[in-house]
Design a protein around this ligand. Sequence first.
Ligand code: CU
Length: 133
Amino acid sequence: MGINGVPSWEAKPLVAALGETAVWTVENTMAFDHPFHLHGFFFQVLGADGQPVRPLAWKDTVNVPVDGAARFAVRYDNRPGMWMFHCHILDHADAGMMGMLQVVRQERREAAAGGGGEARGAGRGGPAVRGLG
Ligand SMILES: [Cu+2]
């Protein structure tokens, strides 16, 4: 198992800037639901229309249904450092469905971005996790 086709032990961290707001899109390519869990930050789940799901709530886990996707908006408001994200079915995480998000201060981001994954844009781009599979 992995994320974007890469098991956790081979994955490079995604890199994001402290203070940035990102919209994550997480797609599921498997025949299991995957509860996607992010450490370090709470997020707002977005509906298919891109609007926050009501009633408004801060979450740290969102279900990604079979053949479906989940989107959420997260602001890296504080707590720079290395944060884990993973499927909350721990057998799946152990099998590789896990990754790291490196939140860096702005001035250090360019250097860090050279070696890592994508995490773009203030409130627009964000990691595209195309495939919990
Ligand atoms: Cu899973």
